[in-house]
Design a protein around this ligand. Structure first.
Ligand code: UD1
Length: 421
């Protein structure tokens, strides 16, 4: 595992182009098997989760070529319909292959994702929706198997607007006979990107970005090109980094409309933010202050993935900031680590209260998960002295060249190999 060394005190200045979206590219890679053919995907971020997904595609028998941010997938030769546990373990969101392989092969077998760093991560909504499309579902030996001679379009209402379940329904319903109408669907921008990709592959899908999505079948085309949308959570990370450290940064290749709740929270906390045709500029020279409570909700609400990041930026704000986590049951695992900097954060159930302190002190801390790990780096940027972030391999699951990008903005950040392994 790499180890990160962060020395606080430098303000961040300069301009940065935001990477392509992790949460958009992962379902798109899975979708590349639907209907076969060749897919050329550009603006792909170079991430460990992307590597894990490409490994799955190769295992399935697809041809994969990668040249920096461009990936070519030839899925006509796909010869397997199951994913071994070792490959599933490398990336939690491989559950997206459930709908994709089912659509392609009429049968899929993969190991069920168990608990993880954000608490239990059930897939009951995915399975219920696939069963509504006519899939026969069985579970044995830790594996889930879905089978259908012919999937049938259906009206499916999700009990909760799950991102992954919405994506799995879109993928599977491509192979269904008749129309599928999905209500209470998740509305995330990444779902709109998946719709664009699937439509370019020959699907007929409308409504992504709203709560009702209609899938009207699929007429596969042999070649598809798609450019992945910019990563709103990576953008939020760099904005929170500049808020934490102070300074003046500009982000290009960012979509401000996807970041409205994050920008609004940062403005309330004292950052000056200007959005123009070239991107987003954030300046923070005075002290941060308390804003309205930050409550995570499904999109277009405040993203759970940005909760730890904004919390890290708020540790030295004047007054008390309140965070309410509504999406995941155990998403405050970064809090005990933030306390090591001298931060005053208290948690009660789903609520965390941050009472701003004057000074943070660099400390040895652990990356508890992807965004929690990035939050440690952000806190380190606004702390006195050196911070060491252990287990920072988590960070590389979701950020492309995070250390280089932060250094380009003037941060003192180094990625080292942990001598203890
Ligand atoms: C996706 C994102 C993740 C983000 C999350 C919420 C990807 C690759 N990952 O994850 O970064 O934090 O959306 O915005 O896009 N749930 C169930 N049963 C199910 C499915 C979900 O109870 O069958 C629960 C989950 O435990 C969780 C909540 O619903 O509490 C939201 O999960 P979901 O929207 O499905 O998140 P993911 O798709 O896993």
């Amino acid at each position: 595992m790499p180890l990160w060394s962060v020395t606080g005190g430098n303000e961040l200045t300069g301009s940065l182009a935001v990477q392509g979206s992790k949460n958009a590219v992962l379902p798109i890679l899975a979708a590349s098997v639907v209907g076969g053919g060749v897919s050329r995907i550009t603006d792909c971020p170079l991430l460990r989760d992307v590597d894990a997904s490409l490994e799955i595609l190769r295992f399935l028998g697809c041809g994969v070529m990668q040249n920096r941010g461009e990936i070519l997938i030839q899925s006509d030769g796909m010869s397997r319909n199951h994913i071994p546990h070792a490959l599933m373990l490398k990336m939690r969101s491989s559950v997206m292959y459930l709908g994709a392989i089912l659509a392609r092969c009429g049968e899929v077998r993969l190991s069920a994702p168990g608990g993880c760093e954000l608490g239990s991560r059930p897939i009951d909504l995915h399975l219920k929706a696939l069963a509504a499309l006519g899939a026969e579902i069985s579970e044995a030996g830790g594996e889930v198997c879905c089978r259908a001679a012919q999937l049938k379009g259906a009206h499916i209402n999700l009990d909760f607007p799950s991102v992954g379940a919405t994506e799995n329904v879109m993928l599977a319903a491509c192979a269904a006979e008749g129309t599928t109408v999905l209500t209470n669907a998740a509305r995330e921008p990444e779902i709109v990107d998946l719709q664009s990709f699937l439509n370019a592959k020959g699907a007929s899908i409308r409504g992504a970005g709203t709560s009702e999505i209609r899938i009207d079948g699929f007429a596969p085309v042999p070649y598809t090109e798609h450019s992945v949308l910019p990563d709103r959570i990576a953008a939020a990370t760099y904005l929170c980094a500049a808020a934490a450290a102070g300074g003046d940064i500009r982000l290009t290749h960012a979509v401000p409309e996807h970041l409205e709740t994050v920008l609004s929270a940062l403005r309330q906390m004292g950052c000056a933010i200007v959005v123009d045709a070239d991107g987003i500029r954030l300046r923070r020279f005075g002290p941060m202050r308390a804003g309205r409570p930050v409550i995570t909700r499904p999109y277009p609400g405040f993203p759970t993935d940005a909760q730890a990041l904004l919390m890290a930026a708020s540790l030295r704000a004047e007054g008390t900031n309140v965070f309410v986590e509504n999406i995941f049951e155990s998403r405050f695992r970064h809090v005990p680590e933030l306390r090591r900097f001298g931060a005053d954060v208290r948690v009660e159930g789903r609520v965390a209260m941050v009472c701003g302190v004057k000074t943070l002190y660099g400390a040895p801390v652990t990356a508890t998960d992807l965004r929690g790990g990035a939050a440690m780096v952000l806190a380190g940027l606004s702390a006195e002295g050196e911070t060491q972030v252990f287990d920072s391999g988590h960070i590389e699951r979701g950020y492309e060249r995070f250390d280089e990008c932060l250094r380009a903005l003037g941060a003192d950040v180094k990625r080292l190999e942990d001598p203890q392994g």
